[in-house]
Design a protein around this ligand. Structure first.
Ligand SMILES: C[S@@+](CC[C@H](N)C(=O)[O-])C[C@H]1O[C@@H](n2cnc3c(N)ncnc32)[C@H](O)[C@@H]1O
Length: 298
């Protein structure tokens, strides 16, 4: 039977199948749940039993009123949220907010408690998404949690938001300028907390070893009016770690870090002329970091 099919046809078919598999691979969710073993809980149901599904991976400590044990960081009481609430006229009250990368849902919880009208949070990491769902169940927040890539979401978004909360995501993006573009299509107000590239990183051998200057890219910023302006270099950084447990980076094996002034220039080129910086921490051991609120004044 086999010899009835010409060898060239078999080869062609096999290559097509392989290409198809490679194509599908790009869209496949990382985890194949069919091979995961189910774990049963023999204890009476409680918030703690749900939290303990992810025992050992939690970063955040829940607020004391929930009476549960998870991580240790007080992420639910966040200086960034408090700062932004003070800068926005009226704080978060009544706002529709798109949150990129909620991780353990602590910001989602705070935005809602501070009066946001509607929060949509988009998370691509399955473990983080499920942990955020557990937080939603424990705390009862109402926000919509979506599982998927936020850039893909933004590319298709028809809705506009009063605020985009882009905290801890720009430096995890493999295309940060495009991400800023996408954000600027759906809002006139964006909060950004990010690490940024600065030459001083070179003095930290550990941090610098993950940067690969040979893979940097330089592009020219284009304004909303289509005028091209300054050249921007984005800096390639490999993750060099497995995406397990509490991993909170991006989906690719690398990201590109922007320089601080280029972030501001890119925001201005997209019409976000009013930029207020809440904190700048050039000596941060994980790399220089800052947070800001940028507004398009029409
Ligand atoms: C560093 S954490 C930031 C968490 C939180 N926003 C904060 O600022 O504390 C980044 C989060 O974004 C998620 N993430 C990264 N890239 C993403 C993408 N392309 N789409 C959706 N989620 C993404 C990660 O899985 C992680 O939960």
């Amino acid at each position: 039977m086999r010899e009835l099919i010409p060898r060239s046809f078999r080869l062609h078919t096999w290559r097509a199948v392989r290409r198809g598999r490679q194509f599908l691979q790009r869209f496949r969710v990382r985890r194949d749940v069919r091979s995961a073993e189910a774990a049963y809980c023999a204890d009476p149901p409680s918030n703690q039993t749900a939290i303990d599904i992810f025992k050992g991976t939690w970063t955040s400590a829940f607020p004391p009123q929930y009476g549960v044990t998870a991580g240790t960081l007080d992420s639910f009481d966040d200086v960034r949220v408090g700062w932004a609430a003070g800068v926005l006229p009226g704080g978060f009250t009544g706002l529709s907010i798109l949150e990129l990368g909620p991780y353990e849902g602590y910001t989602t919880w705070q935005l809602e408690r501070r009066g946001a009208r509607a929060v949509t949070a988009v998370e691509a990491n399955d473990l983080n998404f499920l942990k955020a769902l557990v937080v939603k169940e424990v705390t009862g927040f109402k926000a919509r949690l979506l599982f998927g890539d936020f850039a893909a979401y933004l590319e298709r978004a028809k809705e506009r938001f009063d605020l985009v909360w882009a905290s801890g995501v720009l430096y995890h993006s493999a295309d940060p300028l495009h991400l800023l573009d996408l954000i600027s299509r759906v809002t006139d107000v964006v909060f950004i907390h990010t690490h940024y590239y600065a030459p001083e990183i070179a003095s930290s051998p550990h941090a610098y070893s993950f940067f690969e200057p040979g893979r940097n890219r330089t592009t020219s910023l284009t304004s909303e009016a289509g005028q091209s302006g300054r050249d921007v270099t984005i800096h390639y950084k490999a993750y060099g770690q497995l995406k397990r447990g509490s991993f909170s980076g991006g989906p690719a094996g690398h990201s590109y870090w922007m320089e601080k002034d280029d972030i501001f220039a890119a925001l201005r080129a997209r019409g976000f002329d009013d930029i207020q910086v809440g904190a700048d921490d050039p000596g941060n051991p994980n790399g220089p970091a800052m947070f800001c609120l940028a507004r398009r004044i029409r």
